[in-house]
Design a binder for this molecule. Structure first.
Ligand SMILES: Nc1ncnc2c1ncn2[C@@H]1O[C@H](COP(=O)(O)OP(=O)(O)OP(=O)(O)O)[C@@H](O)[C@H]1O
Ligand SMILES: [Mg+2]
Length: 308
């Protein structure tokens, strides 16, 4: 099977890793000078390079790494078994245990994890990744170095895209690259995947972009009172984005890109988004929450335009 472009172009050394981050610089020095790392917690939204960073460290230290996804192996006992086996077997190489999506573990499991981290700290280092820092217990946070990865900028995404475009010899207009980088909303994986999905004989078919969900477009539909259209856009967005992330994107988009909404309305919308963000964490049917949010937003926008 052909290798996916996101894997083919995964950064292999620190120099390949895109984005400005002081902590990553410090980490690079530590890895290169001391040939060692503390336990790490890498936090950031999807496609910002958390897993990639773990692999860079593995490469640079020539380490042995085992990757466990906390949301696949939900039971902490399964994880414990794997860890135990991993530290006991193998050679003399530096050992890293990469636990992806550690924020999916229950609090109780995280306490068990913390005990494991202490017990095995002589023989291996843990690298945890998480989307949401507030879901990680303090007892873990105080025992790791936390590295927060910011959402990548549009320029960062373009740099990453251009590497793939040049590497593959892809034909694509610069304004299409621009639009693609915008749609990715700081998620490099999404950017590369969209690029790959639109390739026909090394040429990018720009009509692919019309099929990608766009939060700005969804909000504009709501502003125009076109509810059905906004729902259709939401469905497209949900093909590549989880529900909580949608709320985050609406927040960003409203603050940055919608001058037609007056400030008073923005404040109320902000409060609403906070409410729904909280609701989503407890909801069994997140789609219903988003549906309801869109209805509320549409009425708020309408009220705003009547007041003008
Ligand atoms: N900072 C970066 N520099 C260069 N490439 C990046 C960066 N971040 C992401 N990428 C590209 O995007 C792909 C996905 O990145 P990665 O798997 O590291 O994201 P992640 O932060 O672990 O996301 P998730 O939270 O979804 O697991 C990589 O294979 C790489 O091609
Ligand atoms: Mg990852």
């Amino acid at each position: 099977m052909k290798e996916l472009l996101v894997e083919k172009y995964r950064p292999k050394k620190f120099e390949d890793w895109v984005g400005n981050n002081k902590d990553v610089e410090i980490l690079k020095d530590m890895v290169r000078k001391e040939k060692n790392i503390p336990h790490l917690l890498l936090v950031g939204s999807p496609g910002t390079g958390k897993t990639s960073l773990a692999y860079i460290i593995k490469n640079e230290l020539d380490a042995e790494m085992m990757e466990i996804n906390a949301s696949d192996d939900r039971g902490i006992d399964v994880i414990r078994g794997k860890v135990k086996f991993f530290v006991k077997t193998g050679g003399v190489k530096f050992k890293i245990l990469l636990l992806d999506e550690a924020d999916m573990l229950t609090e109780e499991s995280q306490h068990a994890l913390r005990r494991m981290m202490e017990k095995y700290s002589q023989s291996c280092r843990f690298i945890l990744t998480a989307n949401y820092e507030n879901k990680i217990i303090d007892a873990i946070k105080s025992r790791v170095k936390v590295i927060r990865l910011e959402r990548l900028t549009k320029e960062n995404i373009k740099t990453i895209l251009k590497r793939v475009i040049d590497g593959e010899g892809i034909l694509i207009d610069s304004n299409v690259i621009d639009r693609l980088a915008e749609l990715a909303n700081g998620d490099a994986r999404k950017a590369i995947n969209i690029l790959e999905s639109g390739l026909v004989d090394k040429k990018f078919d720009s009509s692919t972009l019309e099929k990608v969900g766009d939060v700005g477009k969804m909000l504009n539909f709501l502003l125009e009172g076109r509810f059905e259209d906004s729902l259709r856009e939401l469905d497209l967005i949900l093909q590549t984005t989880n529900e909580r992330e949608v709320i985050n994107l609406i927040f960003n988009s409203l603050l940055l890109n919608t001058p037609q909404i007056n400030n008073k309305i923005k404040y109320v919308v902000g409060v609403k988004l906070a409410e729904y963000e909280d609701r989503l964490t407890r909801s069994a049917y997140p789609y219903i929450q988003l549906y309801s949010l869109l209805v509320e937003l549409m009425y708020l926008f309408r009220k705003g335009s009547e007041q003008k």
